[in-house]
Design a protein around this ligand. Structure first.
Ligand SMILES: Cc1ncc(COP(=O)(O)O)c(C=O)c1O
Length: 391
């Protein structure tokens, strides 16, 4: 029996990495050595203290709830660790009503939309940008208005460019700094303007802080909640995925506006049953030890970043070393006429190196490509050598 998928799935753009995975598999099956620099999924293991805490909690026979639904037997340590972390790291004080534990941030993005948006509601999302903001809108029956991120504006949205009709209708607006895919960072001044925009137009600002801990060369990423009054107009999604090499663990948090968090919590109660307690204990351990764990992880990315930037610059690019994220974002060579797919295709055919064409992140991502630094140094070195030889 053939079952037709729901119409809402047809509204989604094909998930870019699914098609890519198939092509890589086919090329590998044909005996080609592929060096995939496409996906931002840390290769380094989760730090040992976090793993030990997981093992301790999962083995703890004294805890009668260790196997139970995370929502029925919540782990107080995790939200407390989030609050402590926000206070130490950003100087932000959060109350209990300002924190919800999530299963990473991707999950929370969609659930937040389901909790906040009615069919026909408008959400503002960046272009280029992480696709899940639009996916959340679409699943909730909403519509996306894309605000361009342009190089000449340091890949920050120009709030003046948002038409008055969009300001009036928008329910939420997404921002993400340090930014995937452009690697741009922002300062507190930008967040201040954003909070003012949200307050004036009654738009909930949602800050995706997935890469706040992956920063270099002295740059320290701010939290939107550092802005006075931001807790009333904003929600921030923080994730342990990239900060602590924990992508598969599915743990993070949403912090900020209590009404929005309540809506998120209601959706969660009706869909998921919370994160395994042992994972929450381990997440608390990671946050408690952030100051000692994060620099070691970033030292690896910094080294890889310098390798890639050095190679590309020796070939004629003029890249600055990004201050944040785990990516390199670079313009495609002129002879491709700004066609990022054509560049990625030729690179793949000639070198077996996979990069992500910027166009998959939206029309304003066209003309660029993204390299992820989440691959072992050896792989990156071989990929860079092949690019240097063949391009
Ligand atoms: C900008 C951005 N936000 C959120 C996520 C999702 O992270 P997670 O759901 O693992 O927290 C990613 C993953 O690549 C991302 O690039």
């Amino acid at each position: 029996m053939e079952i037709a998928p729901a119409n809402r799935l047809e509204k989604l753009r094909p998930y870019p990495f699914a098609a890519l995975r198939k092509r890589i598999q086919a090329a590998r099956a044909a005996g080609k050595e592929i060096l995939n620099l496409g996906i931002g999924d840390p290769d380094r293991p989760t730090p040992d203290p976090v793993i030990r805490e997981l093992a301790r909690a999962v083995r703890d026979k004294g805890d009668p709830n260790r196997h139970r639904y995370g929502c029925d037997a919540p782990v107080g340590q995790f939200p407390q660790a989030v609050r402590d972390f926000y206070r130490r790291r950003f100087g932000v004080r959060l109350g209990e009503e300002n924190v919800v534990a999530t299963m990473g941030s991707k999950d929370a993005m969609v659930k937040l939309c389901l909790g906040l948006m009615n069919p026909g509601d408008l959400g503002i999302a960046p272009d280029p940008g992480y696709p899940t903001y639009n996916i959340g809108h679409t699943f909730a029956g909403g519509v996306t208005w894309y605000v361009p991120l342009r190089r000449e504006n340091d890949f920050l949205p120009d709030l003046g460019e948002i038409p008055s009709e969009v300001r009036r209708l928008a329910k939420v607006m997404w921002v993400n700094y340090p930014n995937n895919p452009t690697t741009a960072v922002c300062d507190l001044g930008f967040y201040r303007r954003l909070v003012e925009f949200g307050r004036r137009h009654d738009v909930l600002i949602i800050s995706d802080l997935a890469y706040s801990e992956n920063t270099y060369d002295g740059y320290v990423a701010p939290s939107l909640l550092q802005v006075r009054g931001a807790k009333h107009v904003a929600v921030e999604l923080f994730s342990l995925s990239k900060a602590f090499c924990m992508t598969g663990w599915r743990i993070g948090c949403a912090v900020g506006n209590p009404h929005a968090l309540k809506a998120l919590q209601t959706v969660k109660e009706n869909i998921d049953n919370g994160t395994l307690r042992a994972v929450q204990f381990a997440g608390a351990k990671a946050l408690d030890m952030a100051e000692s764990l994060v620099p070691k992880i970033n030292a690896v990315y910094r080294r890889r970043r310098d390798l890639v930037v050095k190679t590309l610059n020796s070939l004629g690019w003029e890249l600055e070393r990004p201050k944040g994220t785990i990516y390199i974002w670079a313009p495609v060579p002129e002879r491709f006429g700004g066609n990022s797919a054509a560049f990625a295709e030729e690179l793949f055919e000639r070198t077996g190196v996979v990069v992500t064409p910027g166009a998959v992140y939206g029309e304003h991502g066209e003309g660029f490509f993204r390299i992820s630094l989440t691959y072992p140094d050896e792989v990156l070195k071989r990929a860079m050598a092949r690019i240097a030889e063949n391009l």
